[in-house]
Structure formats: structure tokens, C-alpha cells
Ligand binder design. Structure first.
Ligand SMILES: CC(C)(COP(=O)(O)OP(=O)(O)OC[C@H]1O[C@@H](n2cnc3c(N)ncnc32)[C@H](O)[C@@H]1OP(=O)(O)O)[C@@H](O)C(=O)NCCC(=O)NCCS
Length: 393
């Protein structure tokens, strides 16, 4: 008999978490850590895969919303804590878990499923594609700012208790301007900022209209030149707030470098200095992986820059398979000659404008009727500013 997947109850969560950590070769959480982690689950959204009566695989989701081009926030699952016991690998447990979590998403009326991949070659087969990119950006301290760089406002430290109280609302207010951004569920926050093992510092930026940005960082000693500040989050309502937070972090005495994880591809820090070599992009990683669970709704609720006809093939969620004519005035499903034909993972790559249909066609990932048809798809999906997620899970 194949694996059986069940939603886990509260009593099984610690075992599920230990299984996940073990699969990443990490020790299970100690009691103090677990006290925080126990608050990071949403009921009914953690799954166990059983084989021969043994809990041997697990995955969980949070319910969220994803901002799509045009500004709508659509119901979305955030899939995480995926792991299979090393002695049960390659026996179909992950596939069973992926089918179960996608079926759960469909049942909940979610339009997307999202994840961050530690094993990036695996998820394409389930219809996930890299939908945003986000480099880690590092800046040397002591480099003069360009004279025109925004001055920023006032920055103050807050303690962890205050961060727990104020950051969720501040993020919801100032952190959601881009397509690709995710609402952060209440259960996401404890893992991010309350774990006793993390020594985090919190700063708030205040602009002319009050608090409008924040950063969360820690100090590491890995840089060859001296201590480095590593920020997990640097979120500002506007360019002034983002510049103000960068300025403050770069002004902290003794730090040799400031490195901020997962910045937008058009991060403004690159333009803040007269010396362009002050800034290095350490990686241009895959950021958010997207799975379009409800294709008709996903296409209908985003805005389009130009018309295009798309044929979608989705054997895993066959209700999505079809031909969609999209334009500024809406979406029509039904017979039409497609400009481009895509599988679900490639639709996910295109959806937030991160990839070019022309480039994907050149490597055979997308079938285009002609170069002009691929260019039409490029125009249709394109966004004025790159999409960005910036929320890790
Ligand atoms: C990655 C992992 C979840 C796969 O679980 P699994 O139960 O062995 O996967 P399945 O047996 O269901 O295999 C699913 C498919 O992915 C492929 N696959 C699985 N792991 C793979 C890997 N590391 N590299 C390449 N392909 C892989 C399988 O060959 C199979 O392909 P097929 O559908 O063409 O037959 C498991 O190996 C694991 O827990 N790894 C460590 C933790 C981890 O990486 N978690 C992922 C966090 S994002």
C-alpha cells in the first residue's frame, strides 16, 4: 500500500516538527524553543504522511494572501516544513504530501500555493515555478553617500516585546506595496522574531508621517574585515524610509559591512553611493516559488498590460487546463488560437512578470506560435517595477 496522508492534531505537532528538522540534519527543538514554535501552527494545516503505520513525512501550510499585479490580495497557502525521514525517501511520500496540500488548497478556495525551496529541483514537477528573485545585498561601511541620496528620518531601537507588539501591524501597513508580497500570518511571527536562540535587534524608522519602516538584524563575525550586520528584514513604506534604514545600519560603529537578505531586484541602495563598488550582490537567489492553484481566478484578478492568448496544461489540477484569452478588459476561457502554451510551473514563472516568455521559449520551456506571439506575452505579463516577496518561510 502507498503512503497515506492525514491532517495532524495538536498532539502530533512536536513529532512532526522534529521529523522536519531531522530531515534537514538539524536537532529537534529544545523545550524553550518549542514553546515558541508551538504557537506557529494553524489548526488543521499540518499533514503527516504514514507508511507501514509510521509517521515518515510531513508538510504544513499557513493561510495568507498574495498581492497580485493591480493590487488584489488573493487567498494563498504558504507551504513549509517539508521533510521525509531519510529511511523512507524515494518511496513517494513527498508526492503524496504535495497532492494532499494542493487538494487542501483547492478545498479552501486558495488561488495560489507558495514556498521557498531548499531542494530547488524538486518542485517544478508539482507545478511550482520561481516567481520572484531577491538578491542578498551587502554594503561596505564608511563609503560616502551620493549628495542626492534621500536623508531618511529618525531611527530608534525597540526591545523584542515591543517588536512582537508592533511589527505585525507595521508590516501590514508598509510592507505590502509590491506584487509578490505576502500577508504574514500571526503564526509566522513567533518563528521570525521570538526564538530564544536568535539574538535579534529591532529598529523602527519614523518619517514625516510617523513610523514607516523597520529592520530586524543580528551581528555575525564572518566578514574578513570585521563584524557584519545581517538584516533579515528591511522594510520601508517608501524610498526615504528604505534609505533611512540603510543609512542607520551603515552608521553603526565597528561594523565593517551590512548585509540584507532578499532585497528587491531594483533595490535602491545601489544608487545611494557615488562608488558603485560599495555594493555587492552576493546571490541572486530564487525567492518565492508559486503554484497557481486556481488558474481562471488568478488570470481574472490580475491586471494586464496587453492582450495575449495562453494555453495552460495542468495534469495535476486538470480543471486548470484550457485556453485563456486575457486583456485589459478581462479573461475569456474557450477556443482560440494560443500565442503561447505553458505547463503550470512555467505559468507560475510568468505570472508576476519575473521571466520573459521570449527567453523561456528560446530554451523550450514555453511553446510560442511565433517570436511576435512570445513578445506579446512579454508585454502582457510585464510589470512597471519588479515583483518582490521578501518574506521567508
Ligand atoms: C526532498 C524530500 C522531501 C523528497 O521526499 P521523497 O519522499 O523522497 O520524495 P518522493 O519519493 O515523493 O519523490 C518525488 C520525486 O522527486 C524526486 N526527488 C526527490 N528528492 C530529490 C532530490 N533531492 N533531488 C532530485 N530529485 C528528487 C524523486 O526522484 C521523485 O521523482 P519522480 O516523481 O520523477 O519519480 C526528502 O528527500 C527530504 O526530506 N529531504 C531533506 C529535507 C528537504 O530537503 N526538505 C525540502 C524542504 S524545501
Amino acid at each position: 500500500m502507498g503512503p497515506e496522508v492525514r491532517a495532524l492534531g495538536e498532539d502530533d505537532l512536536r513529532a512532526s516538527h522534529a521529523l522536519f528538522l531531522r530531515s534537514l540534519l538539524v536537532e529537534p527543538a529544545k523545550d524553550a524553543e518549542w514553546e515558541v514554535l508551538a504557537r506557529s501552527y494553524q489548526p488543521g494545516r499540518t499533514f503527516g504522511a504514514y507508511l507501514d503505520g509510521t509517521l515518515a513525512g510531513t508538510a504544513m501550510t499557513w493561510g495568507s494572501t498574495l498581492r497580485v499585479p493591480g493590487g488584489a490580495d488573493l487567498p494563498t497557502g504558504m507551504l513549509t516544513r517539508v521533510g521525509v525521514r531519510a529511511d523512507f525517501r524515494r518511496r513517494g511520500l513527498l508526492t503524496a504530501l504535495m497532492r494532499a496540500t494542493l487538494a487542501d488548497s483547492v478545498e479552501r478556495g486558495e488561488v495560489f500555493s507558495t514556498l521557498h525551496a531548499s531542494e530547488p529541483v524538486i518542485y517544478g514537477r508539482y507545478g511550482y515555478g520561481v516567481a520572484t528573485r531577491a538578491p542578498r545585498v551587502a554594503v561596505r561601511t564608511g563609503v560616502p553617500f551620493a549628495p542626492t541620496a534621500p536623508a531618511g528620518g529618525r531611527v530608534r531601537f525597540i526591545e523584542r516585546d515591543e517588536a512582537v507588539a508592533v511589527l505585525p501591524d507595521l508590516y501590514a501597513r508598509v510592507g505590502r506595496s509590491r506584487p509578490g508580497s505576502l500577508a504574514r500570518p500571526a503564526q509566522w511571527w513567533p518563528v521570525a522574531i521570538e526564538r530564544p536562540s536568535d539574538d535579534l535587534r529591532f529598529i523602527i524608522h519614523a518619517g514625516p508621517d510617523g513610523d514607516d519602516g523597520f529592520a530586524v538584524f543580528s551581528t555575525v563575525d564572518e566578514s574578513a574585515n570585521g563584524p557584519r550586520l545581517d538584516a533579515l528584514n528591511l522594510i520601508g513604506a517608501d524610498d526615504n524610509a528604505v534609505a533611512g534604514l540603510w543609512r542607520f545600519l551603515l552608521s553603526i560603529d565597528l561594523a565593517a559591512e551590512v548585509s540584507v537578505w532578499a532585497r528587491p531586484p531594483d533595490e535602491l541602495v545601489r544608487a545611494l553611493f557615488t562608488d558603485p563598488r560599495a555594493v555587492t550582490d552576493e546571490t541572486l537567489n530564487d525567492d518565492l516559488w508559486l503554484r497557481v492553484v486556481d488558474v481562471p481566478r488568478a488570470l481574472a484578478e490580475r491586471t494586464w498590460a496587453a492582450p495575449v492568448v495562453i494555453k495552460v496544461n495542468d495534469p495535476l489540477l486538470p480543471d486548470n487546463t484550457g485556453v485563456y484569452s486575457v486583456s485589459e478588459s478581462g479573461v475569456r476561457r474557450g477556443p482560440a488560437e494560443p500565442d503561447v502554451e505553458v505547463d503550470a510551473d512555467v505559468l507560475a514563472r510568468l505570472y508576476l512578470g519575473t521571466w520573459s516568455a521570449t527567453a523561456l521559449s528560446a530554451v523550450g520551456r514555453l511553446r510560442a506560435r511565433s517570436p511576435e506571439a512570445a513578445a506579446r506575452a512579454d508585454r502582457a505579463f510585464r510589470l512597471p517595477r519588479p515583483a518582490w516577496c521578501g518574506t521567508y518561510f
